[in-house]
Design a protein around this ligand. Sequence first.
Ligand code: AMP
Ligand code: MG
Length: 432
Amino acid sequence: MKGDGEVGGGPEASGKAELTSVEEHLAEILAAIAPLAPAETGVGDAYGLVLAEDVAAASALPSFDNSGMDGYAVRVQDVAAASPENPVTLPVTAEVAAGDTGTYALRPGASIKIMTGAMLPAGTEAVVPVEWTDGGRDRVAIRAGADYGNAVRLAGGDAKAGEVLVTAGTLLRPMHIAVIAAAGRGSVLVRPRPRVVVLSTGSELAEPGTPIIPGRIWDSNSFMIAAAAREAGALAYRQAIVRDHPDEVRPALEDQLARADLMITTGGVSMGGEHDVVKAALQQLGTIKFRKVAMQPGMPQGFGTIAAPGVSGISGASGFGPVPIFTLPGNPVSAYVSFQIFARPAIGALQAYDGLGLESVRAELTGPLRSPPGRRSFLRGVLDRSRGRLTPLTGQGSHQIATLGKANALAVVPEHVVRMSEGDIAEVLVLP
Ligand code: AMP
Ligand code: MG
């Protein structure tokens, strides 16, 4: 295995000083986001949400001694001599099914037929599985002895009363839902799904499905970001395209504030030009920082908060206070990468969940990669996880969305590295 790639020039060569690092930008974003207030939610609706309390077993699990198999409750001594050649025959004095709440006692020298999950009769020492018997109703012939506790599930054998079963901050998956229900909880405190309003700007944009003329393109960003937000666990509301007119942007955003926990725009934030209307419209608010982040794609980044006119105060989970806003660059690949690196963790932060960062693996490159000095490159590739290899895709331009459609991972080329070669081991972010 070869080294980490060819190292580029020093900080002067990279112009590093004026750029904000990826980590610093992300840290500022996460620090600015307050989690949404938790809400009591039925266990049937809690899947995919983040738990906001520790869920403990109210009582022991199981809460009573019960049978682990269909069979016969016995005393060990009564079946000790049983063998296939010389079965022991016992009278069957009762039958207990799962859900039977009656009281049964096992007499010495007798057996009680019992079903899986049924409460053990008093005096039971073991359950002989039905497979070891002739399955008799009034009398049963038993072909093998059983040890103490055979096929018996003791109260508390799964969890003790008061034991924490699922901790606050867990993203609830089906197994957690099962545990919550098994603990008897009909509802739990969870963070609501963040409501994300997505809006693209650009006078060149047309709705997909409508005809275009040269000079126009179909809007892909807003659909992509809305889908990515949903994938990250949010509710996404895609807005109509906003023209590059300074008077259109602010009202379009302010109209949506009441239903947004987070807003994401794309386009209109490049470094020059009066057509960069998002920047122009929001810069005067003074609550949004526009900066260059040391990455490629996605260098121009904006993040801050926006409030309805006249509203001030603390950043709002309620939807009425200032709402966090990302202004992502317009090139689709830049917007996509920026979302995954910055906005996805932010959606997590709204739920007090820190598990939405992209999974990072290491893989061997099957071809070379290039990166400008001083910037961290996120380059599209095809990751073969079973072989631990990443094949870089050709067409790494920020507008080259076709390449995005083929990628399942991003190779990371660090700031100080300008070139990596076939055979080098790279950090690779797995795309969700
Ligand atoms: P901007 O950041 O507005 O200067 O846009 C940079 C590039 O991204 C331009 O080529 C735009 O046409 C393109 N672009 C901007 N918004 C979108 C969008 N919603 N869908 C597809 N391409 C876009
Ligand atoms: Mg634009």
